[in-house]
Design a protein around this ligand. Sequence first.
Ligand code: GS8
Length: 191
Amino acid sequence: MAGDKVILLDFYPSMFGMRARVALSVKGVEYEYREEDLRNKSQLLLESNPVHKKIPVLIHNGKPVCESLIIVEYIDEMYDAGKKVWTTQGEEQEAGKKEFVEILKQLESELGEKPFFGGDNFGFVDVALITFSTWFHTYETLGNFSIKEHCPKLIEWVKRCLEIGEVSKALAEPNKIYDFALALKSKFAAQ
Ligand code: GS8
């Protein structure tokens, strides 16, 4: 609504934060984006989400809303499996890849022959899932495998979503995510 003040406390590579960005963008909501340093959180974040202290937090006319849109069980599973793909090696990594591909196949069968998860139009479930695709390049490069080989229809769905300008402009760039992941990996290795 005109005159509304909307602030998003967020963190660029966050898949959860991106859900909020995609939804705001698709709805055409103007908002102020505030990047958080998660090791040195702002007073506003600590006050707005005092229990979990996590981003994303949407602040609408001074009222904070926490938790991204929907957390379905296999999204959380995918988060863990995805993490294994880029942070581990050897057998653990292979197991992570297998788990990750199985989850994607499950999603692909859910999609079926439809253009989008809800049918003909980009909808709620697409918002929740498309953000994960920004990490695919990182998983594929660091995991040395091809998602398209296993799930070609899901990759077609990603392309369809990215053809929607409001969606693609709100998502993080896969190359930046990759740089972020590499930097984090070398930090882990140095510790
Ligand atoms: C998860 C948000 C989250 O994990 C949601 O909004 O969907 N269930 C929540 N946020 C992370 C960054 S993204 O991995 C976060 O803010 N972590 C900071 C911390 O744990 O201190």
